[in-house]
Ligand binder design. Structure first.
Ligand SMILES: [Ca+2]
Length: 208
């Protein structure tokens, strides 16, 4: 082996070993922890969910917790998705941790609702789980969204289900909704069930 070949060989060996050391600690396997929500299945009625009917944005309607589901009746969709909404407050969302929000939803007509999880204070604040415009149908289906908390730990993370007027600006790319369709379906009653918020935890911790 020439001197140069030897030098490359050593260099490659060093890089290879170093790469191995760096990559292995990040490989902690995680799994979903327990549901952080109380009464996410609505079997106990309303508590601790809160309704939000925003008359300032032209909203009218009612959130009804009966028969083990949450029903959002929209009498007037107003001018914003949150004009008729439902919240779950005070979720501890920890910096750098990963979470999954999962729920079942359907409506009286195919329509779009908006969900998200943030501090719930100012609309301009970046949400922790970015706003999601979710296409729901007349059949129950399960929807889920994962996110990593990029901001400082917050004990007041709020889950929003915004079920009124929605211009669809957070729909996935390539969706087929027209402005007119979004408008025409924005008053369709929405039904929600089995809401879960789970933090990803190391597999070993979950087994304990
Ligand atoms: Ca239920």
């Amino acid at each position: 082996m020439s001197k140069i070949a030897k030098l490359f060989f050593v260099l490659f060996a060093v890089v290879f070993v170093f790469a191995g050391c760096v990559s292995s600690p990040g490989a902690v396997e995680t799994t979903e922890g327990p549901n952080m929500l109380v009464n996410g299945d609505f079997e106990a009625g309303q508590d601790p969910w809160t309704p939000w009917i925003d008359t300032g944005w032209g909203g009218a309607g009612e959130v009804i917790w009966e028969d083990g589901i949450a029903t959002l009746r929209v009498d007037d969709a107003g001018e914003a998705p949150w004009a008729v909404a439902m919240h779950y407050k005070k979720n501890l969302i920890e910096k750098d941790e990963r979470y999954i929000l999962r729920f079942d939803a359907k409506a009286d007509e195919n329509r779009v609702i908006r969900t998200g999880l943030g501090n719930g204070l100012a609309p301009a604040d970046p949400p922790y789980l970015n706003y999601q415009d979710v296409e729901i149908t007349t059949e129950w289906q399960t929807y889920e969204f994962e996110f990593k908390m990029k901001f400082r730990t917050d004990r007041f993370g709020r889950i929003d289900f915004n079920c009124a007027a929605n211009a669809g600006m957070f729909l996935p790319e390539g969706h087929g909704w027209t402005e007119e369709q979004l408008f025409e379906t924005s008053s369709a009653t929405v039904y929600l069930d089995n809401v879960e918020l789970r933090k990803f935890v190391p597999v070993e911790e979950a087994a304990e």
